[in-house]
Design a protein around this ligand. Sequence first.
Ligand SMILES: *Cc1c(COP(=O)(O)O)cnc(C)c1O
Length: 224
Amino acid sequence: MFIADNTFATPHNQKPLNLGADLVIHSLTKYIDGHGDAVAGAVMGSENLIRKIEKEAVLSGECIIAPFNCFLIERGIKTLPMRMRTHNYNGFCLANFLERHPKVSKVFYPGLPSHPQYKLACKQMLTPLGFPGFGGMLSFELKDEQKLEGFIDYLISHSFVELAVSLGCAGTLVQIPYLMTHGKISEEEKLKKGITKGLIRVSVGIEHYKDIENAFREALDKAA
Ligand SMILES: *Cc1c(COP(=O)(O)O)cnc(C)c1O
C-alpha cells in the first residue's frame, strides 16, 4: 500500500492519487485551515479503502471533528488557492535569497536546483494552471551554528515572525528541529535524518514578500 502525506504540498500543488497513491492523508490543521486555529485531519482514497478505515475510526471514537472546527476549516479552505499562490511565491523567493546569503551554508527547498529531487518536484508539484508550485516549507543551516540562538532571538523579537512548531498558517513561523519537533529522538537518529544543531525550519507565510526578506536579512546580518 502506498500512502502519501500531502500536508506540506496541499492538493493545490500536488495530487498524489493521480500519481499512484492508494491513500492520501492531510493534516487539515495546516494549509487547508490556513489560520492556525483548528485541529482536524482527512483521509482520501478509493471507497473500498475508506470504508475499511471508517469502520476502525468509528470504533475507536476518534474520527469526529468538532462542529466549530468544521466551520473554521470550511471557511479557511475557500482561500486555499490564493493563499497557496502566495506561499509558493514567498517560499521560492526566500529559498533563493537564503541560498545566496553568505551566512547560510545550505537551503533545503524542492524548488531549488540544488535539491536532490528538484527534477521530480518540477514534474509532480504542479498547480492547476500547470506551473510548478513548491510550497512554503523550507529549512536552512547557518554557517555558524553557535549563532543560532542569537539569530532566532533577534528574528522573533524584531519582526512579525513567530517561533512555533506548527505550519501552514498565514503568518511566517520558524522552529528549531534539533530542539523542538525532533527534540526527543536520539542523537544518532537526528544525524541520520540530517537534523543538525544549526538547522532552522521556516513555514513561509503570506505577508508581503519584501517584509519577510527584510526580517531574515536583518537577523542574519545583525545576529548570525
Ligand atoms: C502536523 C502534521 C501532521 C499531524 O497533524 P495534526 O493535525 O497536527 O494532528 C501530520 N503530517 C504532517 C506532515 C504534519 O505537518
